[in-house]
Design a protein. Structure first.
Length: 128
């Protein structure tokens, strides 16, 4: 049987995701690394890296949108590591959710999202 979701859970998970490559920095407790985020929502992002952390672990991510960097404390929701020869064929990395987004994040994200020129870069998602 599928998991039941209450209405607040469904509302939290229904977010517009922007499918763009954005450089980010992250630290999972073993030093700062650089990676790309390939889709971003107000509530989280997909971090493209083969240096994945365990599901449930915490990390810090610095996301730069339009010249302004926002630091997020995140929780790893899923993680997939793949061999080098499969990186072009399979999705890999970590899906993270922002635990306590700074107050200015929502407005900054929405302003940035509005600058996306290609409507195909915007999609509704039921999963963050």
């Amino acid at each position: 049987m599928g998991r039941d979701h209450d209405s607040s859970d469904r509302q939290r998970r229904r977010r517009v995701r922007v499918y763009r490559k954005v450089p980010v920095r992250f630290d999972a407790g073993n030093g700062e690394r650089e990676a790309l985020a390939t889709d971003i929502s107000e509530g989280g992002l997909h971090l493209v890296t083969n240096e994945v952390s365990r599901v449930g672990s915490r990390l810090q991510i610095d996301v730069e949108l339009d010249g302004t960097t926002t630091r997020h404390e995140c929780e790893v929701m899923w993680a997939i590591r793949v061999p080098d020869h499969l990186r072009d064929a399979m999705a890999y990395g970590m899906g993270v959710r922002f635990l306590h987004p700074p107050a200015e994040w929502s407005g900054r994200f929405r302003k940035w999202r509005a600058t996306v020129e290609n409507p195909s870069d915007l999609q509704w998602s039921l999963a963050d």
